[in-house]
Design a protein around this ligand. Sequence first.
Ligand code: NAD
Ligand code: UDP
Ligand code: UDP
Length: 331
Amino acid sequence: MKEYSLRKRVLVTGGAGFLGSHLCERLLRDGCEVLCVDNFFTGTRQNIEYLLTNPSFELLRHDITFPLYVEVDEIYNLACPASPVHYQFDSVQTVKTSVVGAINVLGLAKRTKARVLQASTSEIYGDPRVHPQSETYWGHVNPIGPRSCYDEGKRCAETLFFDYHRQHGTDIRVVRIFNTYGPRMHPRDGRVVSNFVVQALLGEDITVYGDGLQTRSFCYVDDLVDGMVRMMSNDSGFSGPVNIGNPQEFTVLDLAKLVVKLTNSSSKVVFRSLPGDDPKQRKPDISLAIRELDWRPHVRLEEGLLATIEYFRGFPSKSSTPVPMERTRNR
Ligand code: NAD
Ligand code: UDP
Ligand code: UDP
């Protein structure tokens, strides 16, 4: 008689990216079978290379703007470029990935009756007028600016998740992720932590945009992944949206100084112009995550930065770092 596996089959879209690769690793550790789907727009094979020999891990190159027919029990939908440089590179594709991609994973979840989690973002709050941001705040988003392809795409994806839930009874979970950092961030994706660490290690100028007094709250990747897994496995009927992030708030200038100190670098801080629609402040109110999921972050910024610096020391030089998105420009 054929033996059927009783292990959970979990699909991770965007599984070869920064957060996705850590999530795949965690799910395998928890005993799941993991199907990683990625089109390698910003993710890389190297991010998941060490998982390829694991018999419970499967990799499929696929673009989620096209339908996907597989049999799974749970879906984490992470596919979407996340850094401003990457999501503005092909902004139309970013909207398609968020919106058409959401329709496809929701159609898949509807057919298979899988529980589906959306990796949403603090960007849905835009340049917020309420501080800190709680889930009840509807946001302040420019619908036609340079960040809109991402912000509005993610907002529409949330709408679709809640409409599939109301209309079809789809079992959804929505997490709003605040700035997260750690090993396997792309060294040249333009995000502030990776930029500052790489610049400091290479002895280049540290590029602070604007006056550096804008704030962000940085969550270490392990804490974030734990929050996502808790949200997926809660059986209380709580669908979210729920903020997952570290409420410790820093100015960008504070971050620059801390990175210089921790790398013992001779780099100087220089000021550059602020990109359009750059949010002035951001900090999650995480009381809902504490109450519903008993989740809170544990890794302090200094500790997480040291682990990230250690990872980036492995990259030889700026000129040899790959920029994978360039290969897919004329899809
Ligand atoms: P990332 O760019 O490293 O990962 C995204 C992954 O999705 C990449 O592997 C990329 O190749 C893949 N992808 C992109 N378009 C795709 C498509 N059409 N089909 C299949 N795969 C596709 O970014 P990340 O930081 O790991 O972010 C993962 C998710 O978390 C994203 O949805 C992002 O919006 C969300 N998020 C991240 C942060 C953060 O600070 N890292 C904050 C808020 C939200
Ligand atoms: N879909 C998919 N995999 C599935 C089921 C559906 O990719 O296993 C896609 C399908 O292509 C469709 C979308 O999900 O376009 C939405 O599916 P749904 O059943 O909600 O809508 P419909 O098929 O009626 O358009
Ligand atoms: N930033 C900066 N220098 C850099 C990269 C980013 O000062 O080299 C700033 C950016 O303008 C923003 C903050 O750091 O105010 C966080 O930028 P990131 O792109 O990491 O994330 P997001 O703006 O999406 O929160």
